[in-house]
Design a protein around this ligand. Structure first.
Ligand code: CP3
Length: 352
């Protein structure tokens, strides 16, 4: 008899979908599945002190990673951390003011990755790797563990702007005005992110997601240069160490540029936001990559009939495709727990 830890990775539904199989049941997880909508998260968050303290306390971060699975039996856990730990590990000041989102210190400038203190970089991220190991240990063998990082473009947006925004005009001014200088920042982030993701994989991540939340802000030729090309390099760097390792790419709001992203970035799976029609994705690039997405988080917020019919529509749209159910963006913090129970029940009992 197999001991749980000896189970093959193929037994994880999520990995089967990532490998291109239209699985008999649709695996699911939710972006921001660990977070403020969960009372047990809010409680632990209070105990931890700051948000960064929570990210860098392996025992607490592992606990938070596992919390949503205990309630809703998702097919995967996503590491609890944040995309902004990369600028932090590169030496940029970072804190999360209560109710205000991230605040970063002055931009460290356009330096090559090797001009940073790499020893300090590795050391600062060590607790994250320990969290990955702990979750790996604790996780049931049929559940996948998702590591993640922000994509270079999205992380650069926060590094230059210093805080969240909807347009990042200051960043675009900087990048369009000095594209070859900006390439240097992107290349630094490619190196840092590759190193970070490879370490997560070494510590037990089954797949990694690259969050490019602000990909949709770039016009097409810059999209090729600062979204597709850097993603491709990160995927290639991962594949040099772990050939064929499945990577999920999430170029949010990429619109028509989803297609070239799917064709050229090298990812195994493309995460769709709620604005891209899933049916169209299945037809145009659903044979090249697996798809993930794409319920509007507001439908989960309101629940009931509208949620139910949206779920059936999504399941029907993805009928014979390798598909992972998710939201089009993160869980909204006011979302009632019962609506996630309703969602889990419908997805988990739907047989294809
Ligand atoms: O998905 C998960 O459950 C894993 C954990 C996770 C967090 N952030 C925890 C978090 C992940 C994958 C992220 C990614 C992230 N972080 C992104 C990409 C995805 C997206 O949302 O577009 C971005 C842009 C960030 C940067 C960031 N972190 C912002 C803008 C904020 C403030 C907004 C907010 O919701 O408060 C954060 C804080 C953050 N990251 C929280 C959590 C649970 C809330 C902090 C708290 O508990 O006080």
């Amino acid at each position: 008899m197999n001991m749980p830890s000896e189970k093959l990775p193929e037994e994880k539904l999520l990995l089967r979908a990532l490998a291109g199989e239209a699985t008999p049941y649709v695996p699911f997880w939710l972006m921001r599945q660990a977070g403020r909508y969960l009372p047990e998260y809010r409680e632990l968050r209070k105990k931890a002190g700051s948000f960064l303290d929570l990210c860098f306390s392996p025992e607490l971060a592992a606990e938070v990673t596992l919390q949503p699975l205990r309630r809703f039996d998702m097919d995967a856990a996503i590491l609890f951390s944040d995309i902004l730990v990369i600028p932090y590990a590169l030496g940029q000041k970072l804190d999360f003011a209560e109710g205000e989102g991230p605040r970063l210190g002055p931009f460290p400038g356009l330096k090559d990755f090797h001009d940073f203190d790499i020893g300090a970089f590795d050391k600062k991220l060590q607790p994250v790797y320990e969290t990955v190991s702990r979750v790996r240990e604790a996780l049931e063998p049929d559940k996948a563990l998702i590591g993640f990082a922000g994509a270079p473009w999205t992380v650069a947006c926060y590094m230059i702007q210093g805080h969240g925004d909807n347009e990042f005009t200051a960043v675009k001014k900087f990048a369009f005005g000095n594209p070859s200088g900006f390439d240097k920042l992107i290349n630094t982030l490619v190196e840092a992110t590759s190193r970070y993701l490879i370490e997560q994989i070494r510590h037990g991540a089954d797949t990694v997601q690259i969050f490019d939340s602000w990909a949709g802000l770039l016009p097409d030729h810059y999209f090729e240069r600062w979204v597709i090309a850097p993603t491709r390099k990160i995927v290639d760097n991962i594949h040099k160490v772990f050939p064929k390792f499945p990577v999920i790419g999430f170029p949010r709001r990429a619109g028509q540029l989803y297609q070239p992203y799917a064709e050229k970035s090298g990812v195994s799976c493309v995460g769709l936001d709620q604005y891209f029609p899933l049916k169209e994705a299945v037809h145009s690039f659903g044979r090249k990559v697996a798809l993930q997405g794409n319920l509007d988080p507001v439908l989960l917020l309101i629940g009931g009939k509208p949620l139910e019919s949206a779920l059936h529509y999504i399941l029907k749209s993805a009928e014979n495709a390798p598909f992972i159910f998710n939201l089009g963006h993160g869980v909204i913090k006011e979302t009632p727990l019962e609506h996630i129970e309703q969602l889990a029940k419908i997805i988990k009992t739907h047989q294809r």
